[in-house]
Design a protein around this ligand. Structure first.
Ligand SMILES: Nc1ncnc2c1ncn2[C@@H]1O[C@H](COP(=O)(O)OP(=O)(O)OP(=O)(O)O)[C@@H](O)[C@H]1O
Ligand SMILES: [Mg+2]
Length: 376
């Protein structure tokens, strides 16, 4: 018998074999749909660092809505977000009030529209109302927006205004926004978006290791591959409960076991975990950490190196000392790193890594500090 196909999915936005540790969010959302207009979880804001499972969570909530025969529109924030939403939601995009059809080239992009910013809130609201009209009783429309931190203030204002009106009118709609954690402070500081304060905010953190162990065991053993308890335990620990790492570790150990397998006893052994985890770490470093570090200036990397000396949040004055800079200069780098979503400012005077395993990556990649003096 051939070794079973690898069930793990270490790919951004791809559903894992088991969605670990997110039942309560699914339950809240399901109840929000059941409870009808006015239920708080019909307006949800999902935040968390890269690779924590935001996109996958949007997919999961979309599936829940579809099971109840709702229509689901998924969009990702970038230029033209609101116009794209309107074009997709309106039953007849050509008839959207205030819209001009963008010239199309060589038959590409049918129905691309452009709407004057001032008209967008009303157009979006009209489009949603018209769409709801085409749906039968009890059915509704879920709109999900991914990468919300990249949305323009104009687009967010239009969407919020439309959403606010529709929710107030008890329309059968739900909105779920997902984005990086910095989104909350950015959004909630913008006056026009006060309505999002009322959103049900779900912060996606690490998954408890107990649940990781159970899920790994059922995925592996359920596919007909055996794994001893102590081997399972070391694989579980290596994930740190970070969702992307769970998939990388699962994938890596499975792949090594399959290549080693002589075709008779399908098992994942300690050696598979040792090598699979090494490969997972390298992949995480190359795929997530390296591109982030590469984009940064040398001094910003030095700021991060100084942070990596701590095992938890760092004090900004310690960092300045370690860099041999005054607080003003150090704060410049701090701000740039905050803007790039590389670090977070968890409490006054403290900074921490916003990207899981970045600390470990920096320690492994620059064991002697970043050239001169970063680790002094
Ligand atoms: N709850 C979970 N349990 C197990 N694996 C998960 C879970 N959530 C996400 N994953 C896996 O983690 C990886 C990242 O998921 P996803 O792309 O949804 O993260 P994200 O938060 O959207 O990241 P980004 O900010 O980079 O867009 C995928 O391989 C996915 O299968
Ligand atoms: Mg995503």
């Amino acid at each position: 018998m051939v070794f079973p196909a690898n069930p793990f999915k270490p790919t951004a936005g791809v559903m894992p074999p088991v969605l670990i540790g997110r039942e309560s969010i699914s339950l809240d959302f399901r109840e929000g749909l059941e409870d009808g207009p006015g239920a708080p979880d019909r307006l949800m804001l999902i935040t968390g660092p890269r690779g924590c499972g935001k996109t996958v969570m949007l997919t999961e909530l979309g599936l829940i809505a579809k099971k109840r025969h709702w229509d689901v529109i998924d969009e990702t924030a970038s230029d033209g977000l609101c116009d794209r939403l309107i074009a997709r939601i309106a039953p007849k995009p050509g008839l959207v009030s205030g819209a001009t059809i963008k010239p199309t080239f060589m038959g590409a992009s049918l129905g691309e529209i452009s709407i004057a910013p001032a008209l967008r809130p009303a157009s979006l609201r009209d489009a949603i109302a018209a769409h709801l009209h085409t749906l039968g009783k009890g059915r509704g429309l879920l709109i999900t927006i991914d990468e919300t931190q990249d949305a323009s203030l104009e687009d967010m204002t239009a969407i919020s205004t439309a959403a606010q009106h529709l929710l107030r009118e008890n329309a059968e709609v739900a909105f779920v926004f997902a984005g990086l954690p910095s989104l909350i402070s950015d959004l909630l500081n913008a006056k026009v978006l006060t309505f999002l304060r009322r959103a049900s905010i779900k912060e996606l953190g690490d998954v408890p290791l107990d649940e990781v162990r159970t899920a790994l065991a059922s995925t592996i053993r359920g596919a007909g591959v055996s794994i001893d308890e102590d081997v399972l335990e070391s694989a579980t620990r290596a994930t740190g409960g970070y969702p992307y790492m769970i998939q990388l570790v699962g994938y890596g150990i499975w792949r090594h076991a399959r290549r080693r397998d002589d075709g008779n006893d399908h098992a994942i052994r300690a050696e598979d975990v040792k090598i699979g985890v090494e490969q997972a770490r390298a992949k995480l470093g190359a795929g997530v950490c390296a591109p982030v570090v590469k984009r940064l200036s040398k001094r910003c990397v030095e700021y991060l190196m100084a942070m990596a000396q701590d095992d938890g949040p760092s004090s900004t004055s310690d960092i300045a000392n370690r860099m041999g800079e005054n607080m003003n200069y150090a704060n410049g780098y701090r701000q740039r790193l905050l803007d790039e979503h590389v670090i977070t400012s968890s409490s006054w005077g403290k900074v921490d890594f916003a990207i899981p395993f970045l600390r470990e990556y920096l320690r492994a990649e620059y064991p002697n500090g970043n050239d001169e003096g970063a680790s002094a």
